[in-house]
Each structure stands twice: as C-alpha cells, then as structure tokens.
Write a protein that binds this ligand. Structure first.
Ligand code: SAH
Length: 500
C-alpha cells in the first residue's frame, strides 16, 4: 500500500512562521525530505524518529537533480511511509512544488499541499516594509531573478515599470545590477527607493535601504538567500522596523539544556531577537543487549528491593521489561526506592508508586534511608548508569547491606552539532552559553574536548554552576535569582555594559 506525501511549506526561517497544519504534518512524519532553505528552527521540530533526507541545492550547482528528488519521494511513499516534503517559504512559489506533485500523480501517489508564509512578503515585513500601502503601492509583483541556462534574464521591464506596483525579486543577489539597470532603461527614476533583505525573519537578518541607482554599489556583502524590493514602500518610516529594535538582536547564544527541557528558555531568547543554537550536549543511551539485566528481570526472586536513581533509569528499565515481554507486574514483589521526585514521577507513568524517597534528593540520603529500612537478609537490586557514583554503594557496604549493581544505560557527552559548535567557538561566533546546573557545565566541556572556551561567556544560574564554569576557563556572568528570567536579565545587563 502506498504512503502519502505532504508538501509542507516551512516558511522563511522563523519557526513561528510555520503553519499549524505544517507542524502537525511534521510531527507525524516518518520521512522528511528537505531543502537548504528550511530554517534551523523548523528543522528542530522534526521528530527524532523521522528519517531526514537532505536534497538541498546550493545556488549555482544542483547536488541532487530534480528527477532524483522526484524519485526519492515516490520511492519513500511506495514503501508505505508518510513522507513530508519540506520546502522553504511557500512551496508553490518558485519552489517547483507543482512539478513534484505532477510526478506523484503520475505514480498514483496520494498527496496534500500545505501552503505557507513566503519570504517574498515576510522578509520585507520583518524589515519594516509592507509590500503594499494605500499611499504608495496598489499592487505587488513577485518575480524571479534567476537566469535561464542561456545566461539571460527574460524580463519585460517596460511592463514592470508601467504597472507601478511594488516589485519583489527572488533569487536576485547576482542579477540585481542587471535588473536595476533594466528598470532604469525602461524609464524608472534612479531615485526610486529599493531595498535588499538577507536571511529575512532569521536572527542573522540584514537589510539595506537604498535607491535603484545606488543599490548595485551599496549591496556589497549581501549574500543569498536575499530578496530585492523596488518601490516607494521601501522608504516608509524607519519606525516600521520593529525587528531590528529587539533587545537581543544579533546576540548568539548556545542553550545547553536537553531538547525536552530547553523549550521555554529557547523561545524567550528567540522572542528577544537572539540567535539560539540548541546544544543538548548530554543524552543517555540504554545498554542493549544487556544479558545480565535480562537474566535478572526474568527472575527477580533473589531481591526484596529495587533502587532507581534517575528518570532515565526508570525509562530504560521499562524498555527492557517490555522487550522481554514483561511489564510492571514483574516488579510486584519488590519494594521500590527512588532517589528523588523526578524518578518517582517517571515511575508513576508506568503505574508504580515508589515506597521510599529520601527528603534530600541525593545518594547519601538515599543510602541512609535504605540502611534504616532494610531488614536482615534482604538483598537490593540497583539499576543505574554505567558511570554511576560510588557514594551509594560505599554507604550500602558500610551498612552491611547486600546488593547487585547492574548498569542500565550510559551517558553520552556529544551532540549532533558538536562539530559545528566547536568551529563557532573557535571563530568567536558564539557570544553566550547558558548553564542551568554544574552538571551541564561538565557535560558541555566533556562534549567539546580540547576546545578553547575563552571567546564565550557562560551565563550561570547559580554560584555552584559558576564555580564549575570557571574551572574550565569560561568567563562567567551570574543570574541574580536562580531562575531562567534572571539568566535572561543577566544577558541583557551584560549587553548594556558592553562587555560581551
Ligand atoms: N518558495 C520560496 C522561494 C524559493 S526561491 C518562498 O516562498 O520564499 C529561493 C529564493 O527565495 C532565494 O534566492 C531568496 O531570494 C528567497 N528567500 C528564501 N528565504 C529567504 C529569506 N529567509 N530571506 C530572504 N530571501 C529568502
């Protein structure tokens, strides 16, 4: 049975400009075939479970030809997958979306199209330029500046000048001088306002306001993706540019929290205009196969207690149980101790309430409690990280308690984008790194061995975190109160003082 292809328009870059329908489709995707122009924020919304296929084209050369993209889409759908074809801006506006759908029709594959926000309208809007305005433009024309194979732009300049509307040229970085000359030759005044917006709606957005006569010269340094806008709307008052006024505009911040918990901090920093680089430098990986664990799970009769020391441990335990064809009932005879509220909460999701949790959530207090509660001859099963601390076992040894300690998972200090971050730290293109605990500092440093941290400022939630960061030679600033709001305030304060 064939799957389905949903053509999703990703919008111009800002993650908030993806449509709700598009997000829903992404969340359910099994395969995502994406382009170069899809923004980083939208890419982050692709579920980890989905296979990602990059068919991005770079300007000038086409690494993956269109017929090959068509073939990939058909092949994936014919495997029965739900496929999202993700394209920048609106997929039917200079996006070859129509061609791809024709190919799907030819193969009898079901498809849907999710329209989106186009850069042609959104990039000007984020640069303070409404594409129409009652006082100065009653139409808007969206035109490609891409040259055909013969190297010639086939544009009817007379017609464009005669209509008198706002002209928006996509794919026009190289051809801008030719376009502007063409317009002037067709009678447009050299004083007509014109603008370019590079990386519109993204934190790196750049804009240039000029005139038709002057822009070709002024535009040095503007790179693709960028659009060219010609018309009186480009000279509307500067106050319309709300985007450039955001307080953290141009500030580059790496957020070290794991993906699931980074949401609020990331969203708030982005709202203030910062470029956020998600850097979840720590993740856990279940040890599998794990024959020692499997043997124990099939026969738990040797134990009276089960001890879990992290939410990740609870997840790993249940994954292992389910894999063995077992469930929570396998634990029915055991008393269960957890290190803290996080682990207790995670266990409840599997229908289990812990029997013991220490008042202070650490190994010392857990061990002290267990030593008090354990009866003569009882044996404990500790299911923990491979690299778990010796504190717990040392205290149980001291208390004369029998136990087995079986590793369930290991912690990995590396992220998909570690290499990218390493390069950026070395080039000095990261201004801040946020640290919400001493352990995230450790994980950050462990994920980037040998990297020089001298160019970056660590934004620390508290004193302990700060002390840890200093150990790695990271320059630090400290939040007044130990919360996310204070961390954001500390960054703003630091910008004002101009130290970063
Ligand atoms: N379907 C897309 C356009 C694809 S053509 C859309 O609706 O936006 C590619 C061109 O789009 C680029 O050469 C550039 O001119 C423009 N573009 C895409 N994203 C952009 C962005 N964030 N800022 C400025 N221009 C962008």
């Amino acid at each position: 049975m064939n799957g389905k292809v949903i053509l999703v328009s990703a919008g111009p870059g800002d993650g908030g400009l993806l449509t709700l329908r598009g997000k829903q489709a992404l969340e359910r995707a099994e395969v995502v075939v994406y382009d170069r122009l899809v923004g980083a924020e939208v890419m982050e919304m692709i579920p980890d479970s989905a296979e990602k296929i990059n068919v991005g084209k770079t300007s000038g050369h086409h690494p993956i030809p269109q017929h090959e993209i068509n073939r990939i889409l058909c092949e994936q759908a014919q495997k029965g997958k739900s496929v999202v074809r993700l394209k920048g801006g609106d997929s039917y506006l200079f996006g070859r979306g129509g061609e791809e759908c024709e190919e799907l029709i030819a193969h009898g594959i079901d498809f849907e199209v999710v329209p989106g926000v186009t850069s042609a309208i959104a990039a000007p809007a984020y640069a303070g330029i409404p594409v129409t305005h009652r006082d100065c433009a009653s139409s808007v024309h969206i035109i490609t500046g891409h040259k055909k194979k013969d190297g010639v732009l086939h544009l009817d300049y007379e017609a464009l000048v005669r209509v008198g509307g706002t002209l928006v040229f996509l794919m026009s970085v190289t051809s801008a001088p030719e376009i502007l000359n063409g317009l002037m030759d067709a009678g447009m005044s050299g004083d007509m306002p014109a603008a370019m917006v590079e990386n519109g709606t993204r934190p790196q957005q750049k804009k240039l306001i000029s005139t038709v006569a002057q822009l070709a010269e002024d535009r040095q340094g503007i790179k693709s993706p960028a659009i060219l806008i010609v018309g009186r709307v480009c000279a509307l008052p500067e106050q319309l540019d709300w985007y450039s006024r955001r307080p953290l505009r141009g500030v580059r911040i790496a957020v070290t929290r794991p993906k699931e918990r980074a949401g609020t901090l990331t969203a708030r920093l982005r709202e203030l205009g910062a470029e956020v680089i998600s850097y979840p430098c720590i993740r856990t990986e279940r040890i599998a196969p794990n024959p020692e664990l499997t043997a124990v799970l099939y026969d738990l009769s040797a134990y009276q207690w089960l001890v879990l020391t992290s939410p990740a441990g609870a997840d790993a335990l249940f994954d292992a149980l389910f894999e063995c064809g077992l469930d929570a009932r396998a634990l029915a005879q055991l008393k269960i101790a957890v290190i803290g509220a996080g682990t207790a909460k995670q266990l409840r999701k599997y229908g289990i309430c812990a029997d013991f949790m220490p008042e202070t959530y650490d190994s010392t207090h857990l061990a002290a409690g267990l030593c008090l509660l354990a009866r003569e001859g009882e044996r404990m099963l500790l299911l923990r990280a491979e690299e778990a601390s010796m504190e717990l076992t040392a205290a149980l040894n001291a208390g004369g308690i029998a136990y087995d300690d079986i590793p369930l998972y290991r912690t990995i200090y590396r992220s998909e984008n570690s290499e990218e971050l390493e390069e950026r730290l070395e080039d000095g293109t990261v201004d801040y790194v946020t640290f919400t605990s001493a352990s995230t500092v450790k994980a950050f440093a462990a994920s980037l061995p040998g990297t020089d941290f001298s160019s970056v400022t660590g934004v620390c939630i508290g004193r302990q975190t700060e002390a840890e960061a200093k150990q790695y030679g990271i320059h630090t600033i400290l939040a007044k109160n130990a919360d996310l709001t204070s961390m954001i305030e500390a960054i703003q304060e630091d910008r004002k003082n101009g130290t970063a």
